[in-house]
Design a binder for this molecule. Structure first.
Ligand code: PNS
Length: 145
C-alpha cells in the first residue's frame, strides 16, 4: 500500500525522519508530502523544504518526496493513489490536535490515519525548537546539520 506522510516540514527534522523510516517498514511506499498548514505562516520556501527532505531520505529506498501546496490532503490522496495517512505523535497534546483532522479526513474521503508514536529519543524535537536552537547558536541533535 502507498502511504502519505504529510506535513509542513518547515524544516524537516530527525523526528520526521524517524517516523518516515518506521513507516517505510510498514508500507510499500511512503510519500513525504509538503502541504499547507493554514495555521502556520511558513519559514522556508517550498523548494528548500523539498531539497532538504530529498537529501534526508535519499537512503530510504521506498520513501519519496512530493508537494501539494494550497490543496486538501484528501484530494492529494485521491489523485496520488494513496491508501493511508501517516502522522507522528509526540505528546497527548499532539494526539488531541490530530484526532479531529483524522476524523475529518475519514469523513471526507474514507481514508484512514495511522499514528506513529515518536521514539522517546526524538519526542522533544520540533521544527520550531530546532530552528530556535540553531538561531541561538546551539547544536541540537534533532536538527539536520
Ligand atoms: O506539519 P504540520 O503543520 O502539523 O502538518 C499539518 C498538515 C499540513 C498535514 C495539515 O495542515 C494539512 O493536512 N493541510 C492540508 C489542508 C487540509 O487537508 N486541511 C484539512 C485537514 S482536516
Amino acid at each position: 500500500m502507498r502511504a502519505v506522510f504529510p506535513g509542513s516540514f518547515d524544516p524537516a527534522t530527525q523526528g520526521h525522519l524517524d517516523v518516515a523510516r518506521r513507516a517505510a517498514g510498514m508500507f510499500d511506499e511512503v510519500v513525504m508530502c509538503v502541504l499547507t498548514n493554514p495555521a502556520k505562516t511558513g519559514r522556508y520556501p517550498l523548494a528548500e523544504r523539498l531539497v532538504l527532505l530529498a537529501d534526508m531520505t535519499s537512503e530510504l529506498g521506498n520513501v519519496t518526496v512530493d508537494s501539494c501546496p494550497g490543496r486538501l490532503l484528501v484530494d492529494y490522496c485521491r489523485e496520488a493513489g494513496v491508501g493511508v495517512v501517516v502522522r507522528g505523535v509526540r505528546t497527548p497534546g499532539d494526539l488531541a490536535h490530530e484526532l479531529p483532522m483524522a476524523g475529518m479526513n475519514l469523513h471526507l474521503s474514507g481514508i484512514e490515519t495511522v499514528f506513529v508514536p515518536a521514539s522517546p529519543a526524538r519526542a522533544h524535537v520540533s521544527s520550531t525548537l530546532v530552528v530556535a536552537t540553531a538561531r541561538g547558536g546551539g547544536r541540537e541533535v534533532g536538527g539536520n546539520r
